[in-house]
Write a protein that binds this ligand. Structure first.
Ligand code: PMP
Length: 289
């Protein structure tokens, strides 16, 4: 595997960052998870744009232009001769002193890893997933804004552990007001009477790129989509439920907090969107070769 670090490629063994990197010491940095399908990088422009927005919010100056970052992603996938890949794009604050002040970090690092991912077991996509709501709530907009995809994922990791401890794969995270925000690494949708609903971004969700794609696909299919605040009661009484993310794609959800959702099986609109999403991934995106 060839890993891009600051303009050069390194083998897996030699791809290293300093113990003084504030990405390691303080979680100072931002990242993106991107997919390549069938020789194309899906939604590359959108991911690079979100990376720059996350960096801007935490006052991190990425040392490359968006076009150069996009090229680094394409070059890394090409160097690894991959057609299908999960790509991790990371920008760390770089080496600094042991103190908190990020001004000591003069050279942020840009890292690209092109590998593979299997977020959930394949049979789960057919059967659907169980979720539970967890005590750890999504961070407030007045703390680390949940729209920032930073290297500080501890809040989501705690929620994930709480879900795992309850014997399921994924957590429904509520916000401090008790409304549904999202999963630990995916956005959440429900279907009710043929319409699609997802929490508003203001509820504390990440501005998901898969979320936006699914909204587009649903609207193209003539399905009405709205973004109201949702409660657990709304989830329990939905006809269908699913979560979306670059890694997970679209995963049907069939039980939440012990309540069956709809028939307790993946629903027809979910299946339609899974089909349309997979079809789109095969033909859309930035060509690698
Ligand atoms: N929410 C969180 C917290 C995430 O980290 C992610 C991405 N892994 C998502 C939602 C889904 O976003 P996207 O569709 O852009 O991958």
């Amino acid at each position: 595997m060839k890993i891009f670090i600051d303009g050069k490629f390194f083998s897996e063994r030699d791809a290293k960052v300093s113990v003084f990197d504030h990405g390691l010491l303080y979680g100072g940095g931002v990242f993106e998870g991107i997919r390549a399908y069938n020789g194309r990088i899906f939604k590359l422009k959108e991911h690079v744009e979100r990376l720059f927005q996350s960096a801007h919010s935490i006052l991190l100056k990425i040392p490359l232009t968006p076009a150069q970052v996009a090229k680094a992603v394409v070059d890394t996938v090409r160097a690894n001769k991959l057609k299908d890949s999960y790509i991790r794009l990371v920008v760390t604050r770089g080496v600094g002193t042991l103190g908190l002040n990020p001004l000591s970090c003069k050279n942020p690092s840009v890292i690209v890893i092109a590998g593979k991912i299997q977020v959930y077991p394949p049979e789960m996509y057919a059967k659907g997933m169980d979720m539970v709501t967890v005590p750890t709530v999504r961070s407030l907009h007045s703390t680390v804004n949940p729209a920032i995809k930073s290297l500080n994922y501890l809040n989501n990791i705690l929620a994930k552990i709480e879900a795992n401890n309850a014997g399921v794969e994924e957590a429904v995270m509520l916000n401090a007001a008790g409304f549904v925000a999202e999963g630990t690494a995916d956005n959440l949708f429900i279907v009710k009477r043929g319409e699609l609903f997802t929490p508003p971004l203001s509820a504390g969700a990440l501005y998901g790129i898969t979320r936006a794609t699914v909204i587009d696909l649903a609207e193209q299919a003539g399905v009405k989509v709205s973004e109201p605040n949702l409660t657990r009661h709304d989830l329990f009484n939905a006809d269908e439920c699913f979560v979306t993310g670059t890694g997970a794609e679209i995963m049907p959800v069939v039980k939440i907090d012990g309540r069956a959702i709809g028939t307790g099986k993946p629903g027809p609109l979910t299946a339609r969107l899974v089909h349309d999403y997979h079809a789109l991934t095969q033909v859309a995106g930035e060509p690698i070769y």
